[in-house]
Design a protein around this ligand. Structure first.
Ligand code: NAD
Length: 499
């Protein structure tokens, strides 16, 4: 069986802790590799080496750093097929979806090519007599990113791109469920010209995460994952004096107004609810139609679409709509929540519990589920399911629908489907959620805007990528400079005469 490595000082390095985690092929259920879980000592050594490499990288002019990013973009495009295949094999998502995962990360690297412009400081000429004032953005030093399984290319790229373009050294602790693509990204960065030691990939679990949080050299930590871990990392990292941003779980509502184009809304819901087996932090997991008639019409449109969904392995080609979930434990958790929905009185309109695929009986596949008449006190409404399960909550008025989305503890993304500009405008203005779609089900902002949820979906005060990332990974130094009158007044410019 393949034994994966860490990527330290420009080399693949075997783990020495003696601890490993299994990496599955979720389509077959087989263990296809084992990944080393770093000890505190291994993590600390990687950080120490990064601290040695960082000053020279930080002193490399931003344009040269940007050129590394430019070459890295070329290499990502060159290896797109290879990356997508490796990603699908460990994560389970379809090949087109895996390419999207790489692509949305690549776009952030493209944005980072603007580092020389983005890092320009501010200057006030003659702030006082003979006084100028200027601010510059300097790298923090060694920074770290801890990332989830569901976007093993995109989220590491969102973190490493801006951190490195700003002149930091970066420690990536990717998810132990699908670590191969992050390792491949590190090799490509080296090939693009990144000096050794500036990007270290340390595989691991809680032990290496805690080592990052307690390491005094690490100046900042960016985390993406589930909310309980986000809260834990935020509090421990902040208590240790680090700059920390943590992005957590989600329960994204889509409100469907009676005037919406119902076919369009149903198509959007099926894609946003079941794409990637619902394992997206921007997936729609709650549909809130306004009015009984809207709810009935929506169910009518949804059911045949859901029944037509093709669930299968990524190797089955472009026909497949979504693949397996990531682990057997994830599957058990999803099915447990489905059972709780039934027990607590929701109406299971599409039942995917008996789903099985010939030849892939041991794969972690979950058929699509649709619940109607879900109420806000049920577990399937309160908890993030992170699987192919869509819940419909019926609201009688727009205010009631808006209230559901606003009262939920998560605030990552949301959408409204309507033909009325005034309703859409009111929704966008009042909703307490970070990313809003108007007739767009998955409103993931592009690289040059920023990505971040509110409430229990985001901790810290700056978003991911876009201009915020350049603020997060730098600190500002402001210089006030005064040059008293010098040579130009007191100097003698003529040939001196001999007395
Ligand atoms: P997770 O919280 O289990 O793991 C995320 C990272 O934290 C991994 O690197 C993991 O090794 C580490 N980790 C896990 N348990 C830990 C512990 N006890 N102590 C320290 N570190 C620990 O999340 P996941 O299952 O990999 O990813 C799915 C979650 O991520 C979902 O909740 C999803 O909504 C969320 N997510 C959020 C966003 C966002 O931008 N808000 C984006 C993608 C995913």
């Amino acid at each position: 069986m393949e034994e994966l490595s860490h990527f330290i000082n420009g080399q693949m390095v075997k783990g020495t802790s003696g601890r490993f985690a299994d990496v599955f092929n979720p389509a077959t259920g087989e263990v296809q590799a084992r990944v080393p879980l770093a000890s505190k000592e291994e993590l600390d050594a990687a950080v120490a080496a990064a601290a040695e490499a960082q000053p020279a990288w930080g002193a490399t002019n931003p344009q040269r750093r940007a050129r590394v990013m430019m070459e890295f973009v070329r290499l990502l495009n060159r290896d797109m097929e290879k990356l997508a295949e490796a990603l699908s094999r460990e994560h389970g998502k379809t090949i087109p979806d895996a390419k999207g995962d790489v692509q949305r990360g690549l776009e952030v690297i493209e944005y980072c090519i603007g580092a020389p412009q983005l890092l320009k400081g501010e200057f006030t000429d003659s702030a006082g007599p003979g006084i100028d004032m200027y601010s510059m953005r300097q790298p923090l030093g060694v920074v770290a990113g801890i990332t989830p399984f569901n976007f093993p290319a995109m989220i590491p790229l969102w973190k490493m791109g801006p951190a490195l373009a700003c002149g930091n050294a970066f420690i990536l602790k990717p998810s132990e469920r699908d670590p191969s693509v992050p390792l491949m990204l590190a090799e490509l960065m080296k090939e693009a010209g990144l000096p050794d030691g500036v990007l270290q990939v340390v595989n691991g679990d809680k032990e290496s995460v805690d080592a990052i949080l307690d390491n005094e050299t690490v100046q900042a930590v960016g985390f993406v994952g589930s909310t309980p871990i986000a809260q834990y990392i935020y509090s421990r990292g902040c208590a240790n004096g680090k700059r920390v941003q943590c992005f957590g779980g989600a329960k994204n509502h889509m409100i469907i107004m009676p005037d919406a184009d119902m076919d369009q809304a149903a198509d959007a819901l099926v894609g946003a609810g079941y794409g990637a087996a619902g394992e997206r932090c921007m997936a729609i997991s709650v549909a809130v139609p306004v009015g009984e008639e809207t709810a009935d019409r929506l169910i009518e449109k949804l059911v045949p679409r859901i029944e037509k969904l093709k669930v299968g392995p990524y190797t089955a080609g472009n026909d497949v709509d979504y693949g397996p979930v990531v682990t057997a434990a994830a599957k058990q958790n999803i099915l447990g929540l489905v059972q709780s929905g039934i027990d607590q009185g929701a109406e299971l309109v599409v039942d995917g519990r008996d789903f099985s695929l010939q030849g892939y009986e041991d794969g972690f596949f979950v058929g699509p589920h649709l619940f109607d008449r879900v109420t806000t006190d049920m577990d399937i409404y309160k908890k993030e399911i992170f699987g192919p399960v869509l819940s419909q909550v019926r609201a009688q008025t727009y205010e009631e629908a808006l209230g559901h989305a606003m009262d939920h503890e998560y605030g990552n993304g949301t959408a409204i489907f309507t033909r009325d500009g005034d309703t859409a405008r009111d929704f966008a203005s009042r909703i307490n959620i970070g990313m809003v779609g108007i007739n767009v089900p998955i409103p993931v902002p592009l690289a040059y805007h920023t990505f971040g949820g509110w409430k229990k979906s985001g901790f810290g005060d700056l978003n991911q990528h876009g201009p915020d990332a350049f603020r997060f990974y730098t600190r500002t130094k402001t210089v006030t400079s005064r040059w008293p009158s010098g040579i130009k007044e007191g100097g003698e410019f003529n040939f001196k005469q001999m007395d």
